[in-house]
Design a protein around this ligand. Sequence first.
Ligand code: ATP
Length: 288
Amino acid sequence: MDYISVKARAKINLTLDVTGKRPDGYHELRMIMQTVELYDKVFVKKIEKPVIKIKTNLEWLPTDNRNLAYKAAEVIKERYDIPGGVFIELKKTIPVAAGLAGGSADCAAVLYAMNILYNLKIKREELAAIALELGSDVPYCLMRGTALAEGRGEILTRLPACPEAWIVLAKPAVGMSTAAVYKAIDAIDGYSHPDTEGMIDAIKKSDINAVASKLSNVLENASIPMCPMIGDIKKMLSDMGAVGVLMSGSGPTAYGIFKDKETAQKAADNVKKTFNIRDVHITKIFNI
Ligand code: ATP
């Protein structure tokens, strides 16, 4: 086999809680992650020349070792003494720097692809350890599905599949620094925390209304004041029939959960027009 094509899917947070700050500077997190169908197409091919070459449809995205897909290929190539090189084509659809873990998903997809392409037979735990070196969300992106993520995000517990639903994702056209959001949340106290156990119960009961009622992300307390449009989009998605709305990760993407495609489509069209934003996607919960 000389090449492989894989789908790197985005994630949303059903909950996100900050439970502490560690001496190493990382925040202690407790969050429920969910894969959605929206994906980047990742094509990985063996080449003779011993280089890593990346081509992408976003001309402004770095194609050197600042790209997480490059880093994934590099670490596997070095650690497993792979001769020759790798050509990677990224067809990006997942909005970048959005709270949807697009870079981490591409990274996980390349780790997975390299393991198969070179028949390396890297064990799941070993691949997860390499994934964590590359980013806190990468181990989850390898695992996919519904999961409780703790620690930096790497302590993963598989949960039963989240009930099916349509999801409208809308990303305001603003740059939002993850570091700035975490810094801002450190300066705020007295906010309410997600009912993580309640969300797990709702998922176990496969009750989409209960899931919708338990959506909660503490980082909204920091991100919405920085970008009020996130709150405005949430309100519009609710008004247009979403059973639940939330910001994903550190933002700025807001999403709504819908029971049917027509209502989701109308809400997406309205958000796109009202806020004049390009990054609006209709997708679905993805379970493995
Ligand atoms: P997370 O939810 O894990 O915080 P995110 O959705 O907020 O992720 P990404 O889309 O992963 O953010 O991008 C964050 C940064 O990573 C961007 O500034 C981008 O330049 C860089 N990056 C590196 N590799 C990639 C990639 N393959 N795709 C997208 N961004 C990448």
